[in-house]
Design a protein around this ligand. Sequence first.
Ligand SMILES: NC(=O)CC[C@H](N)C(=O)O
Length: 393
Amino acid sequence: MADATPLRAPERPTGVLVLASGETIWGRGFGAEGAAVGEVCFHTAITGYQEIMTDPSFEGQIITFTFPHIGNVGANDEDVEADHAHALGCIVREDVTAPSSFRAAQGFDSWLKARGKIGLAGIDTRALTRRIREGGAPNGVIAHNAEGVFDIPALVDMARAWPGLEGMDLAGQVSCAADHPWDGGVWQLGAGYQPGGADADRPHIVAIDYGSKHNIFRNLVKAGAKVTVLPATASFDEVMAHKPDGFFLSNGPGDPAATGEYAVPVIRQMLETGRPLFGICLGHQLLALAIGARTVKMHQGHRGANHPVKRLDTGQVEITSMNHGFAVERDSLPANARETHVSLFDDSNCGLELTDRPAFSVQYHPEASPGPMDSLYLFEKFVSRVRAASGKN
Ligand SMILES: NC(=O)CC[C@H](N)C(=O)O
């Protein structure tokens, strides 16, 4: 039987995805014009495209959305996880329609354009996703030109010349430039607006920004902490100058082993203080490296808002938000670390806890944005530890 909804062949392609293998996939460009090179991955979330495009962990990546209708509720000014869009571009099946939401401030097309990010529509995203699943996430170039003019051999060269994410430290590029208090408050049901707590005598967490998402800080504040954010390259002395009661290691882009070269010595010193520490995603991987474990590049990675994870101490299953292309090798965990969470998709490591220090971390994103909120208990766990250790309320 013929496909009831065949993809419209572009009359004149205005966009193209060129893979390092030389394959070209034609479509219709939207958003900004130009060309960008990076790793082509896929994301299975059906909502939250603004949060995904602004997640700094996506620096260096081009996102294929498996959900066919992306952009149809437009873009607003609130659903962002950083001040900039970080993903290089996005690949979608259907054309972006006019925004249909009372919250929309503009269309997704113009939102991307204003941020210099390229969109490519009219792509058979199922076929592309299958290709990524079978062959791993390829390097490629996404290009948009309204005139339909593309120098394909040059784009193939561009894709081939890109060295790939392995060995690449991107945290330094997306981190904040200077120490600053997190003063973005949160609205809490019944309690109204709670300021970010910058001046409050709350348990004080120093967060190392390797490419952090704002919703992590919102959740730390909601759990009762005051947060100061420091650049990825902050030294141990700079960290301690803020008199932290606890340490937080953020998510972020690139290869943890490359970022670990400068982050690991500082994290080891943090652990020696005996104060509570919590890490998310890249922060989980860096904690693992700091205790002597290894990280590896995954075949296709995990990117979605519905990844089941088993919590080993209770047997409970959490549905989680994920976005990672590297993973901690379970067998490399030292004796003073226990695995706390595993992926029910592929059994990969999703969490660890030290047995001789108050430090733990998870591979997934408990702050969601987008995604389910099953894992918010981790913020409570961390902040209550910091509260108990510091004696502050
Ligand atoms: N979300 C993250 O922090 C991603 C961590 C790391 N860059 C990875 O891809 O595995």
